[in-house]
Design a protein around this ligand. Structure first.
Ligand code: SF4
Length: 546
């Protein structure tokens, strides 16, 4: 065995042996490899991976293995080390735009032809789903045979039924794709051709035998029928050894920059279904991670938190608004051993609070900090965006001033407790996303971002015990290109996948980048994401929202 293969084998074994709750399946007529196009560490924190893995392995006709993009795992499955090309279906679950180059990179490693049009009956079907696919599937459209638009729990089963039938009846690849395109919510990109004007602007989509656009995103009618929770726990992930459970989807706050609330239809799981799911975690984990875009959106949150504490589970919350922090919540977090509170005010300026629709005032934030300090939660992580439309230097300086006020409170509390915590200010350039009210605004100019970053660095350097983390403006710019791109962007994605440096690939793609980062025309043009409508746009008649 070569050195590389033996390292890969070691890596697989060590990850698998640390997992608890895994029920490997040995054989079934249809072999699917579920790929998360990032590392194992990131992928195993993603509930879509757990949910789809559970659903597919519950089917009698199907076995599902996983693959990730760690150096030693790329191109083969985690469970058995099988090459991805040996599976009947490769199913990507895609949550982050910056993971796009890992899709062709995985196909290259698996020796599967990159473009859908280059594949034949001997190759696996390449399926993709996840929030990026129902925000804008076009940048990856050339690589994917069929995209599931919207929530995948029901649609993935329908896709597998069609693929099984196609295999039994020896359908051609073309016939299989036609059958798949008949499933509601399934977009087969090769059945549509983008049409460009002489100036290179997207002016429409030519229908080449598809069932018509836009493809309406799927919505699971009753979330309780499809539990969305960890199917196994592992220490090798962001939420080490934690049992994750999803409370609901969407968000009622409708912040104007936020993709989550503009693509997902808002509704919650019932308290009873959550209790049952949490009790099933016994023996796997003592800590439950509550996955939600906003805990205050869950109507029975107090009962849920009380249930967790009464049944001996600690908990952690993925997201909570500063204006919702309560004594009960903090007492529960304290009892669970949490010492860090993460808050996302996004901006510290009154003007930008109106623009973004996220109206967390400085007073609300500081009062949340005070309450947390009273509960021995002494570390704070605050998330902000820079480069928002209409932003001026003063708005960024306001972040520094707010950090100083937080730090002052931390110091006062430390005098009493003799424990000084740490403040982390995390900033990222604003990236306009499809289907949001800010979808058309320009991505901030590089020089402006650079000046704002200097202001932050200089200002926060004088605030003791405070760390600044910055998301790279270049990566954010690339994210904007991927988020608003059309099929032309596939060439850029491929350059990166083939190992070109980011700088070189972006240089080679040249002025075309500006097509996606400049302000987009408000009317009279076709947007790439017009091929689909996300679940949030659906008529929600008959769906339980609370
Ligand atoms: S509160 Fe958070 S999840 Fe909800 S809309 Fe605003 S940013 Fe999005």
């Amino acid at each position: 065995m070569g050195r590389r293969r033996s390292q890969a084998e070691q890596c697989r074994r060590s990850l698998l042996s640390a997992e608890r709750g895994l029920m490997p399946k040995r054989s079934a007529p249809l072999a699917v490899c579920l790929v998360f196009p990032n590392t194992y560490h990131t992928g195993m924190s993603n509930l879509a991976v757990h949910t789809l893995y559970g659903i597919l392995n519950t089917r009698t006709d199907c076995l599902c293995e996983r693959s990730f993009c760690d150096e030693h795992l790329l191109g083969s499955s985690l469970e058995t080390g099988s090459p991805l090309g040996a599976f009947h279906v490769i199913a990507f679950s895609i949550s982050f735009e910056l993971d796009y180059p890992n899709v062709p990179k995985t196909l290259l490693a698996a020796r599967v032809p990159l473009r859908a049009t280059e594949r034949n009956e001997s190759h696996p079907l390449i399926i993709a789903g996840g929030p990026c696919m129902f925000s804008n599937p076009e940048p990856l459209a050339d690589y994917i045979d069929a995209c599931v638009i919207g929530e995948g729990e029901e649609a993935i089963g329908e896709v597998m039924t069609v693929v099984s039938k196609a295999r039994e009846n020896a359908f051609s690849r073309t016939a299989t794709l036609r059958e798949l395109s008949q499933i509601p919510g399934v977009y087969v990109p090769s059945l549509y051709n983008p049409v460009y004007s002489a100036k290179g602007e997207l002016v429409g989509m030519e229908n080449r035998n598809g069932s018509g656009l836009p493809i309406t995103g799927r919505v699971v009618a009753d979330l309780d029928e499809y539990p969305c929770a960890s199917v196994l726990v592992t220490p090798n992930t962001e939420f080490a050894n934690m049992f994750l459970v999803e409370l609901g989807r969407g968000c009622r706050r409708n912040c104007r920059f936020c993709s989550a609330c503009h693509i997902y239809l808002r509704r919650n799981r019932s308290l009873d279904s959550l209790k049952n799911r949490i009790l099933s975690a016994r023996g796997l984990s003592n800590t439950v991670g509550l996955v939600t875009s906003d805990l205050s959106d869950y109507p029975q949150r107090d009962e849920l938190l009380a249930f967790l504490l009464n049944t001996g589970f600690g908990f952690s919350v993925s997201s909570v608004r500063a204006d919702f922090i309560t004594e009960d919540l903090l007492a529960g977090m304290q009892a669970s051993g949490q010492r860090t509170l993460t808050l996302a005010p996004e901006t510290a300026s009154a003007k930008l609070r109106v623009l973004t629709g996220k109206r967390i005032t400085a007073e609300a934030l500081l009062s949340a900090v005070d309450l947390a300090l009273n509960h021995s939660i002494i570390n704070f992580r605050l998330y902000f965006m820079i480069g928002l439309p209409g932003e001026e230097d003063d708005d960024v300086e306001a972040i520094v001033e707010l950090a100083k006020l937080v730090r002052l409170r931390m110091r006062r509390a430390a005098k009493r407790s003799r424990k000084m915590g740490r403040l982390t200010v995390c900033t990222a350039p604003f990236v306009p996303k499809p289907f949001t009210p800010l979808e058309s605004v320009a991505f901030a100019d590089a020089a402006v971002l650079s000046r704002r970053i200097k202001l932050l660095r200089r200002g926060l350097a004088r605030v003791a015990n405070t760390r600044l983390t910055l998301e790279s403006p270049r990566m954010a710019r690339l994210q904007c290109v991927f988020a608003r791109g059309d099929r032309t962007v596939a060439a850029l994605i491929e350059m990166i996948a083939r190992g070109q440096s980011l700088a070189q690939a972006m240089r080679e793609f040249g002025d075309k980048l500006k097509t996606y980062t400049d302000a987009q025309a408000e009317s009279g043009c076709v947007r790439p994401w017009q091929s689909i409508t996300p679940p949030a746009a659906q008529n929600n008649k008959g769906l339980r929202k609370d």
